[in-house]
Design a protein around this ligand. Structure first.
Ligand code: ADP
Ligand code: MG
Length: 263
């Protein structure tokens, strides 16, 4: 079991050590280290261009770093260096990502979207001959309940509101039992009520999954904040609870100050 040196003894699920990624000589990620504990809900904030999306690309092996290690600590005690595996293998390991724009199958029902994502986990041959088991049905109903879409299960995904589509996509991730969920700006474009419900949903997943949530909306960050990591110029500028990072003068300067000037 791996622990953060000198920290509380929760096993780590992800260790990012000294990772650098340059694009044409510009360091989008610069000697970044980051540790995620099992079951943790971590929020990552930072101004545009801070490296947040690149960070997620690195964890999911969509992008390879120039230097450093990204290690996934499996529950059987084995370590996997994610910089050495292919992108599709990362999702098979149980690391799921939700992109900013929902990518649901609009002309399928909510239920069928969840079923497709459950079966999508299997290999091509078995998904061709897929027939739904009672276990799968139970699983889908559990996910429907978690993302509060039970009463919409027979509706076409295309007819859902923007917020509901986002929840469906989170449900599609959940159907695949991810150990780590990477969620990119889940509240973007949502109404206040939808945003609050999204926060409740993410909080309900804490402990069952390990989550990294990238977010801009500070009200939303306040709602879901546990440990918050502020990224700036590809590095960790500050890490701690919401009030701690919010009151830091450097954070205010690079992020909050800039944002409040916009409003
Ligand atoms: P964020 O998501 O925090 O806004 P990004 O990770 O998208 O930041 O980008 C970090 C920096 O790296 C930006 O300056 C961006 O222009 C640059 N960058 C990201 N991806 C590429 C790429 N594929 N090619 C060149 N530059 C890139
Ligand atoms: Mg981004």
């Amino acid at each position: 079991m791996v622990h953060i040196p000198g920290e509380k003894h929760t096993p780590l699920i992800l260790s990012v050590d000294g990772v650098t990624k340059s694009f044409d000589g510009f360091k989008a990620i610069n000697d970044l280290s980051f540790y995620l504990s099992e079951g943790e809900l971590r929020t990552v904030i930072g101004p545009n261009g801070a490296g947040k999306s690149t960070f997620m690309d690195l964890i999911t092996a969509r992008t390879k770093p120039d230097e450093g290690k990204i290690v996934f600590h499996k529950d059987n005690g084995e370590d996997v260096d994610l910089t050495r595996v292919r992108e599709h293998h990362v999702s098979q390991l149980g690391i799921g990502r939700k992109f900013q724009n929902p990518t649901v199958y609009r002309s399928h029902t909510v239920y069928d979207n969840l079923q497709l994502s459950l079966s999508g986990r299997r290999n091509l041959l078995s998904s061709l001959f897929y027939s739904e088991s009672q276990e799968d049905r139970d699983k889908i109903h559990h996910v429907l309940d978690t993302v509060r879409l039970t009463e919409f299960k027979d509706d076409l995904a295309g007819s859902l509101s923007h917020g509901q589509k986002q929840w469906l996509e989170i449900g599609m991730l959940l159907a695949q039992d991810p150990r780590i969920m990477l969620v990119d700006e889940p509240a973007a474009g949502m109404s206040d009520e939808e945003t609050e419900r999204t926060g409740e949903l993410l909080l309900s997943l804490e402990g069952k999954h390990s989550l990294i949530v990238i977010e801009h909306d500070m009200e939303f960050v306040r709602q879901i904040a546990r440990r918050v990591t502020v990224l700036h110029q590809g590095q960790v500028l500050k890490e701690g609870d919401f009030d701690f990072v919010k009151s830091d003068s450097k954070v205010i300067e690079v992020y909050l100050g800039r944002q409040s000037r916009k409003h």
